[in-house]
Design a protein around this ligand. Sequence first.
Ligand SMILES: Cc1ncc(COP(=O)(O)O)c(C=O)c1O
Length: 363
Amino acid sequence: MSNKVYNFGAGPAMLPEPVMQKIQQEWLDYRGMGVSLIEISHRAKEFVAILDEAQALFRELSGVPENYRILFVHGGARMQFSALPLNLAGRKPKRKCLYFETGNFAKLAAKDASAFCNVEIVASSADTNYDRIPDYDPAVLAEDASYVHLTGNNTLYGTRWNQFPESGEVPLIADMTSEILSRQIDYTKFGVIYAGMQKNLGPSGMAMVIIREDLLGFAGEQTPLLLNYTQAAADNSLTNTTNTFAIYTTKLVLEWLKGEGGVVALEKRNEEKAACLYRVIDASAFYRGVAQPAHRSTMNVSFKLASEELVEKFLQEAGAAGFYALKGHRNVGGIRASIYNPMPLAGVVALADFMREFEKRNG
Ligand SMILES: Cc1ncc(COP(=O)(O)O)c(C=O)c1O
């Protein structure tokens, strides 16, 4: 392919090249039908087979138990910030929903939910600009809460939960948008996990919601039909016309992931990738990591340089050297390398070499 770059964008993010090639190959004529996959009905047997296969592959790769439903829903991750209280706040009379505030998306999740329930922030790391997962008193996870919500991986800051809270009877909900299928997880700890699809799964604008069956049935009457998880589960995610292309692409990504050795293999590769960048950062006073070491993510590596001028120079030279979309989020500044599942180790090794060389010339 001409003009090939390594794409470190935070999302929509790079997809595996074999997946893109397969899409291209099947684009005009899906398996001899004479039409494109995006030209057929979401109720056609060919599409329903793709949907079923995507769900089965997700279950196989994640290890999500049979008593969880796997849904494809509209509106990306952010739509779920409202859908969650609309579906679950009614579990308890107080409509009390607990939120861990560990970054901007965690904060937005709580803000959006506050229109529909009584939000309580149980712990926050805002005081250190979200460079860590905060300590908390387990007693805050009181049984009269409808649920407790956390953000598994904080995309802007490059932090993640390395140990999830024991929430007892209170359903634990996790936004896993920027880390879904990047590491092995004990899903039985969670009532709901959800993820916008544009990082480790496929195109933007859709989300996967994995919900324990006993949490269905609590949506209030005012819950819009298309935000109602019970309805989505009853209709196998086909309440209305879904984004067939996004689900098709996700199925291909899941097949790719299986071929790469599944989550076990990817977790190991992701650890190697993050370690490769952090070795450069930790060995230098020139680069400064944003996340506290004990809270580092393997998906987003955010770091600073001494001045805005150096950041600009870094971005400009990195861009010219074939490293795309390294600019940190405007809330954080500096550089962010998003290294989701599809990013090969070679891309990260090349970036680490560039960083060492840039430091030599500018340090
Ligand atoms: C952790 C997290 N949650 C939510 C979102 C919002 O996702 P969407 O744009 O699909 O609504 C993002 C987007 O990057 C994210 O990283």
